[in-house]
Design a protein around this ligand. Sequence first.
Ligand code: ADP
Ligand code: MG
Length: 655
Amino acid sequence: MSTSILEDIFLKRSQQKKKTSPLNYKERLFVLTADKISYYDYDIEKGKRKGLKGSVDIDKIKCVETVVPEENCHSDKMFPFQIVYDEGPLYIFAKTADIRKQWIHKLKEVVRNNKDLAQKFHPCFWVDGQWLCCHQEVKQALGCRVIESKNVCRRISRKPLPPTPKEDEACVRQEKASRPLPPQPTPSPAPPPSSEKTVTAMYDYTPMNPQDLPLTNGEEYTILEMSDTNWWKARDRHGQEGYIPSNYVVEAGNELEKYEWFCKNMNRSQAENLLKKENKEGAYLVRDSSKAGKYTVSVFSKATGEAGGNCRHYNICTTQDGQFYLAEKHCFGTIPELIHYHQHNSAGMVSRLRHVAALEERHAPSTAGLGYGVWEIDPRHLTFLRELGNGQFGVVKHGKWQGKHDVAIKMIKEGSMSEDDFIEEAKVMMKLRHPHLVQLYGVSTKQRPIYIVTEFLSNGCLLSYLRETLKRPQPIQLLEMCKDVSEGMAYLESQQYIHRDLAARNCLVDDYGTIKVTDFGLSRYVLDDEYTSSAGTKFPVRWSPPEVLLYCKFSSKSDIWAFGVLMWEIYTLGKMPFERFNNTEIIDKLLSGYRLYRPQQANEKVYRIMQDCWREKAEDRPTFEVLVSYIQDLLYELQEDNSEIQTSWRFPEIL
Ligand code: ADP
Ligand code: MG
């Protein structure tokens, strides 16, 4: 038996593995060793350890943190802490703050090298099917607070977490009463000075203005300045300096993004579309799995038994000592090594990995503007092509910038917009950059009409896409659409930016089927009372919560309400919300508690999300950050249920 590092008697809360299990507290002797934390029944009189009641393997632990004590709690429950592992949190109550500190410190030390350390946690208890901090009702829901300890920073974080939005008031209030302990000091190597940062280009970049530096896919560059998050000053290996789009490069160390088979931000439906379109035996790609931080290999094969062939998805698994595998017998230190092996050996997969999928179709992401510091666009550089539609501000056209870059151009009908205010705001909007927001490239304001130039999305508006293009979509596809929008909105929320007119008509679809949110904040510059006054005929009453209809109170929480309605539009394939009612009737109905019905395609869990968005009080609605994790969990569940996901090499043989 390994020697004990710490031993103490604590109060332990029952784990409520089922919603109905009783909540009780028992005194247990806790013993921490290098590989387990175990708890025993204890004979206090004789001072003797009795039977083992349970244990948690150290390498399964995802996080160790304090917990905010419940209000008016008994004195023996004032110093709780939590050990989070696969089965949820284990709550333990120490007798004093010092003892708790000592245990947390030790535990953090022993779990330091665990593979699955969490980046977020719930600072308050899980009670009766709900997290007290964020009111999420899924026990596995991603934490609502970022862990500030250093062992998180040392991990390679693929997607930077958005800044924590304002916490739930209740949570902040409780938090003040007992702040979590400051992070424990753990030695970590000092980061290299930022001037020494080396990056690798993932795409070619041709300068759009004289201050820019060209990029060649695969080459390394030294970063000299990062004061603008979207455009970094860099030096190439010949000593030439200039600005580069920061989303075209990847930091040395984030190896995967360098590989041509890696498709960041691609979901399962998009991977299937791409692979099926290509229709090549053994075409493959590696993508982010719906489970954060994990990866999935998607392969196309004609040997699946289905007519015309089909896709298989294999999760890349990790062993306890951090090796990667698709087939348990073949483990590798890195994912590229694993892919290299399976390029030559199918080893249980439906096909070996023969062709990187649709290479020629991969296009570079949009840049924040058309070159560093450029936001005024010379109209002589624009060529007008087809008319795309007609909106609140007039005609929108597809065009080219400098003859080669696709753009959408909104030609602002005179008298339809308060132009000066918008032009000021455009500088702020240009800095908003996210894969699920339609990028504003710039404006042409020296002539009339003025133009707003944005990223072009070939599949047009989401509402028409739902109504006309989508044919018998799978449940996963609909949820992926909701996820896209929620991620774009979570970014806006993190920037404290309110959309004010979120709806399917204000989302666009690109050629892969990715959804992006557009027209954020634009409604503030509309000069049309019918649109801006909540009593107007064009006001988005059907997407508005009570506080907007009654007091014009816009917030990220009113965006949340609109998001619920947008989910409803997605799940009804573009029906008009409250179809049979006029605006006055809708307001009456809403105020008396009436809500949109559950669309046929939406299951109970999906409908619960919509209902959460339509809680009467704004503060009771979730944040977008929380919604993203809800949706991610649901997507994961859906994929788990789906027999096509294989987690190890044995499954293909069974199927
Ligand atoms: P407004 O918001 O000014 O009322 P919209 O943005 O709705 O106008 O534009 C009208 C139509 O033009 C949309 O329904 C869509 O079909 C098309 N459109 C607008 N922006 C783009 C774009 N960036 N890419 C592709 N199509 C677009
Ligand atoms: Mg619009």
